[in-house]
Design a protein around this ligand. Structure first.
Ligand code: SAM
Length: 182
């Protein structure tokens, strides 16, 4: 996969405009770069990873390519509490499959998204893991989990073949708007 593929995997789930997003488990920033291309100048992306080393590579790549989007790299573990403002959206690309309890972690990070915001996952489309990808979850499984934890409008954005584990998909889900007062 190249940068174009990464952009296309996110495009259908990013409404454009500015806003405040987080890429959780961003690694060297393949999807941070894609997200930056889809957001307008002035947007902020909190790029979070527990591995400090990969964030240095990400910072270099971002500075060279997307001056208009503010990227704030930070070391952190998204299964714990993080110092983040309310988010318009979260990207979790190939990072949730390290978590044994998908439902608990998705519910936890979903709580950082403001009503009406988006959660995008990019994952291998299988429920069978291996030592490198221990807990992948198929789109079918994600629909059930996402709806169970209260996300809405879960839909497939894209799916690309992968020599490793068959295919990678991306899916968007929405945090429901807050009910009107009274
Ligand atoms: C397979 S890489 C994916 C990187 C990038 N999102 C991509 O798709 O190219 C997974 C990344 O998630 C990070 N990660 C896994 N669990 C994490 C956690 N609980 N908190 C923060 N980062 C985590 C790892 O350090 C690693 O950089």
């Amino acid at each position: 996969m190249d940068h174009r593929d990464h952009v296309e995997l996110l495009r259908g789930g990013v409404p454009g405009a500015g806003g405040t997003w987080a890429d959780l488990g961003c690694g060297r920033g393949a999807f941070t770069l894609a997200l930056a291309e889809l957001l307008e100048p002035g947007a902020t992306i909190h790029a979070i990873d527990r591995d400090r080393g990969v964030l240095r590579d990400l910072e270099r790549a971002m500075a060279a390519r997307f001056e208009g989007v503010i990227v704030r790299p930070a070391v952190g573990d998204f299964t714990r509490s993080l110092d983040l403002p309310p988010l318009d959206g979260i990207v979790l690309a190939n990072s949730l499959h390290f978590q044994r309890d998908l439902e608990a972690v998705a519910r936890h990070v979903g709580g950082w998204i403001r009503p009406g915001g988006r959660l995008i996952v990019v994952e291998y489309d299988t429920d069978t893991g291996n030592p490198w990808v221990p807990h992948p979850f198929s789109f079918r499984t994600w629909v059930d989990v996402a709806e169970w934890i209260g996300l809405r409008d879960v839909r497939l954005i894209g799916r690309v073949p992968s020599r490793f584990l068959g295919a990678i998909y991306s899916a968007a889900a929405a945090v429901p708007e807050a009910p009107p007062d009274g």
